[in-house]
Design a protein around this ligand. Structure first.
Ligand SMILES: Cc1cc2nc3c(=O)[nH]c(=O)nc-3n(C[C@H](O)[C@H](O)[C@H](O)COP(=O)(O)O)c2cc1C
Length: 328
């Protein structure tokens, strides 16, 4: 496995990601993945509301944006899987190259920009899945949608995914869609939250709704948003998305590179956000994500207030073996 991962490092990142996921899918379809990645993973099961998570580790949004790999990722021992971010219309995302691996820092900078095949495609994939574990669906807005149209995009996604989602994650924190993070401001999140609230009751959606937050906002902004999450009766938050603050990185070139930073340099920052929200509100449900590479990191997220933990970058760097490394 180590050899294959080293080989993939030689390829451009986006090609490597797609090859790795397709290989995983192929092994799954051939019935081989259970031999190659024997899922000896245990971890403690966990129940939240009526949802039974077989363990507390999940795959974060963005790895399977379209729901193409639900069954194969589901066979690796994760306690839950989050797919998306999906937008109503298919879109190409930003020009390539748009993913940059920083090997020495165990980090990635990406500026993908919600490249995805659109809502109808994702829903068709979700409907035909065999995976029976917990599936979260992460929703967003198309790049060109502004003002009310942007809110309408979230609502359209909400309506179409809610019959199939064990939870819905509302992504207001991608740094790669212009002005999306402006949804952290009260005048923008109140109309969005009101519309989501109406959609939730019209759809009779009884499962959790989580808001995925940016690690780059001020304490006051986060406090304001947490208050509103409580007022609207949403379940909780996912902390956090990638950061645009690259000052942790040692080299000048990476400081200037546009995009969201994930992996080890995000660990501290995303933990601080998580812990400060926990301090503010113990009862709010929290999913911790950002820079988890070891069992110690995983436990640190739980200690900082998370009930569930997600990974993305460590999965890219270490492959499926990271699941048992973190849980056992
Ligand atoms: C290449 C890439 C694409 C991502 N795409 C999305 C996305 O579509 N939606 C989203 O909510 N988060 C997305 N993320 C953020 C991750 O879900 C996660 O919040 C972040 O990477 C921090 O976790 P990590 O340090 O374990 O990678 C993406 C991250 C990366 C590296």
């Amino acid at each position: 496995m180590k050899f294959l991962i080293s080989l993939l490092r030689l390829l451009p990142p986006e090609l490597a990601h797609s090859l790795a996921l397709n290989a995983l899918h192929f092994l799954y379809v051939m019935g081989l993945s259970k031999f190659i990645f024997p899922s000896s993973v245990t971890g403690d099961s966990f129940i939240y509301r009526n949802l039974n998570f077989k363990n507390r580790l999940g795959i974060a949004a963005g790895l399977d944006k379209n729901g193409d790999y639900i069954d194969s990722l589901g066979s690796l021992g994760f306690g839950f899987i989050e797919i998306g971010t999906v937008t109503p219309l298919a879109q190409a995302g930003n020009p390539k190259p748009r993913i940059f691996r920083l090997f020495n820092q165990h980090a990635i900078i990406n500026r993908l920009g919600f490249n995805n095949k659109g809502l109808d495609y994702l829903v068709s994939k979700v409907k035909s899945r065999k995976y029976s574990g917990i599936l979260g669906i992460n929703i967003g807005a198309n790049k060109d949608s502004e003002g009310q149209k942007r809110i309408d995009d979230y609502i359209e996604c909400f309506y179409k995914v809610s019959p199939y989602a064990d939870y819905i994650a509302v992504n207001i924190s991608s740094p790669n869609t212009p002005n999306l993070r402006a949804l952290h401001a009260r005048e923008n999140f109140i109309p969005l939250f009101s519309a989501l609230n109406i959609a939730r009751s019209e759809q009779d959606f009884a499962n959790p709704v989580f808001i995925k937050l940016s690690p780059d906002e001020s304490k006051e902004t986060i406090s304001d948003i947490i208050k509103a999450i409580r007022e609207y009766g949403f379940d909780g938050i996912i902390a956090s998305n990638t950061t645009v603050d690259h000052s942790e990185l040692p080299d000048e070139a990476s400081h200037k590179r546009v995009g969201g930073l994930s992996g080890k340099p995000l660990f501290q920052k995303s933990n601080e956000l998580l812990a400060s929200i926990h301090e503010d509100d113990h009862d709010l449900f929290k999913i911790g994500v950002g820079g988890v590479f070891s069992a110690q990191d995983f436990n640190k997220k739980l200690e900082s207030g998370a009930s569930l933990v997600q990974i993305y970058t460590s999965f890219i760097y270490e492959g499926p073996g990271v699941v048992s490394k973190l849980l056992n």
